[in-house]
Design a protein around this ligand. Structure first.
Ligand code: DOR
Ligand code: ZN
Ligand code: ZN
Length: 351
């Protein structure tokens, strides 16, 4: 089986940088990177500048997206203590709500209980609440899911203690789900030392034991693979105050195909992690007549081949076992052999 088809992949965690960070990525380049990676639907994070915490900024981002996107895009609303009153107005136009409990890129942060209560009491129950939560903050999120009896999705779980806590909470029947990133599955702190700032992101790369824990839970506790595609320019990464984050849309599927070729997971499980579960968890629409043609031919990942505006990848020079050759979105060929064929506006806005 050298060539086969996958459904259009869904990435529930990307940073497309609109508004305010268009020199790093924009809706066109970010969705081009998605298509090159076999991803036909993405959810974009709200830690933009200004952040997507008000109706005005959400509307502005949606207007720009409608003009530029090459694949389907949903946009997160970002929880902020100053704008909790706007949550009901944001909800109909947002794919989900994002709450940042820990430090990362940008000013969006929730560190007080009244804001957390407002989020859980006013955000509609049929839309997901996703959390950037590390270490003991995961316990905070689990406590909120239990208290308000509603689903919580944990972003980029990366430590053994977190995935084991989530496994315990799931065993109790709590309505929680989680994602892991390819960089936390394929890189560790030794790579961080080798890569310098290009290996710096939040959460930080873990120990070899953290990585082993994620692989131990790949067939049960982990629900989704999400890239946390977080592009910054090489100039920014080389500066005195380098921002955390690495791109990932174009390398996610090739790396996971390598894991399939090494029997670390099955192709069936890959489809659950990268299509079926994201779609079910976030209640995302079907994309009819949409597929990704994959070829199991080994190749070397190269920064120079990236479509992302940032133009680099932390996986440069790594071997991958398979690549995307064609992508069809709603019956139209949108990507073929390294070329983007989609037109601006081929994508649809979700929610
Ligand atoms: O490393 C990160 N970068 N982690 C995040 O949570 C945010 C992201 C970014 O926006 O650059
Ligand atoms: Zn995060
Ligand atoms: Zn992120």
């Amino acid at each position: 089986m050298n060539t086969f088809f996958l459904p259009g992949l869904i990435d529930v965690h990307t940073h497309l940088r609109v508004p305010g960070g268009e020199h790093k990525e924009d809706f066109r380049t970010g969705t081009a990177a998605a298509l090159a990676g076999g991803v036909t639907m993405i959810l974009a994070m709200p830690n933009t500048s200004p952040p997507i915490s008000t109706l005005e900024v959400l509307d502005q981002a949606r207007r720009q997206a409608a003009e530029d996107i090459l694949c389907d895009v949903g946009i997160y609303a970002g929880a902020s203590p100053e704008h909790t009153a706007e949550l009901p107005a944001l909800a109909p136009k947002a794919a989900a709500l994002k709450i940042y409990l820990n430090d990362t890129f940008g000013p969006l942060r929730v560190e007080d209980v009244p804001t957390l209560r407002a989020c859980f009491q006013t955000w509609p129950r049929d839309k997901m609440i996703a959390m950037h939560a590390e270490k003991q903050s995961v316990a905070v999120g689990i406590g909120l899911a239990a208290t308000y009896e509603r689903p919580v999705h944990f972003c980029h779980i990366s430590h053994r203690e977190e995935i084991e806590l989530i496994a315990d909470a799931k065993m109790q029947g709590l309505p929680i789900t989680c994602e892991v990133t390819p960089h936390h599955l394929f890189l560790d702190e030794a790579d961080a030392a080798r890569l310098g700032n290009l290996g710096d992101m939040r959460p930080l790369l873990g120990t070899a034991d953290d990585v082993a824990a994620l692989w131990e839970h790949i067939n049960d506790t982990i629900d989704c693979i999400a890239t946390d595609h977080a592009p910054h320019t090489l100039e920014e990464k080389g500066s005195d105050s380098p921002p955390p984050g690495v791109p990932g849309l174009e390398t996610s599927l090739p790396l996971l195909l390598t894991a399939v070729s090494e029997n670390r997971l099955t192709l069936e499980r890959l489809m659950e992690l990268m299509h079926h579960n994201p779609r079910r968890i976030f209640d995302l629409p079907e994309q009819p007549d949409t597929r990704v043609e994959v070829e199991m031919t080994p190749f070397t990942i190269r920064s120079a081949d990236m479509k992302s505006k940032c133009g680099w990848t932390p996986f440069d020079s790594m071997e991958a076992a398979g690549k995307v050759v064609r992508v069809v979105l709603r019956g139209k060929m949108v990507y073929e052999d390294g070329r983007i064929l989609a037109q601006a506006g081929n994508g649809r806005l979700i929610a």
